[in-house]
Design a protein around this ligand. Structure first.
Ligand code: SF4
Ligand code: FES
Length: 248
């Protein structure tokens, strides 16, 4: 396939940035989207120019680093995949592809297609954990019975990889789907109950401090989420938040 790529180039956080056109030929439909960018970068480097900076790590849908906005969709046109799992067979010979960073006030661009998603880390630090007594008296987790339906829902919530596609897809740049997944994975388990009140209050407070917008129930986040995180988690987080606020 021969393609025209229109890629966001931005030297650093202070640069205004602009779309730059690139032509790429002989792209195999079996390449992943990131492999296609690797080929483009080796051609750019051969010409002595600065390669396109983009984020990636695992390249198998686990780490959540490969956050690209492709033709106006987070992680591109496929469903339930990350950018590293997107294949070039989803495009046609002669296509023009727009490639931009995830855009949100709370995700400032560092360079080209790389954004700073440290806001998610700070939300996690605010409460996305359980404290475990490691003094030698730790209870075996398998000794605590958990209803199968709750165990499954907690596992589903825990599959959130923190990619930020929910934020990038939302017209309000809301992080509710991400935060609700992180709250839910513990709210559904007995191990999460001890710190439940502080967890939801602190995580929601940090989310607001980071400058994410509010949820207005448009559901774009659920559609674009590569892990199929359900809006049901947002409803659960709202219930947890209300209960915690009444206690507090
Ligand atoms: S909820 Fe989905 S889209 Fe949002 S960070 Fe988690 S995996 Fe990514
Ligand atoms: S590089 Fe890790 S999810 Fe894509």
């Amino acid at each position: 396939m021969n393609l025209t790529l229109k890629i966001w180039r931005q030297k650093d956080a202070n640069d205004k940035g602009k779309i730059v056109d690139y032509q790429i030929s002989n792209v195999s439909p079996d390449m992943s989207f990131l492999e296609m960018l690797d080929v483009l970068n080796s051609e750019i480097i051969t010409k002595g120019e600065e390669p396109v900076a983009f984020d990636h790590d695992c390249r198998e849908g686990i780490c959540g680093a490969c956050s690209l906005y492709i033709n106006g969709e987070a992680h591109g046109p496929d469903r339930l995949v990350t950018t590293c799992q997107l294949h070039m067979r989803k495009f046609k010979d002669g296509d023009t592809i727009f490639i931009e960073p995830f855009r949100a006030k709370a995700f400032p661009v560092i360079k080209d297609l790389v954004v700073d998603r440290g806001a998610f880390d700070r939300i996690q630090h605010a409460g996305g954990f359980v404290s475990v007594n490691t003094s030698g008296n730790t209870q075996d987790a398998n000794a605590i019975p958990i209803e199968k339906v709750n165990a499954d829902k907690a596992f589903d919530a825990a599959t959130c990889i923190g990619c930020g596609a929910c934020v990038a897809s939302c017209k309000n740049s809301s992080a509710m789907l991400f935060v609700s997944a992180k709250v839910s994975q513990f709210a559904l388990l007995p191990q999460g109950q001890v710190e439940a009140t502080d967890r939801v209050l602190n995580m929601v407070n940090q989310m607001d401090e980071e400058g994410f917008g509010n949820c207005t129930n448009t559901g774009a986040c659920e559609v674009e989420c590569p892990k199929g995180i359900s809006l049901e988690n947002i409803a659960r987080m709202n219930r947890e938040f209300l209960t915690a606020s009444l206690k507090g």
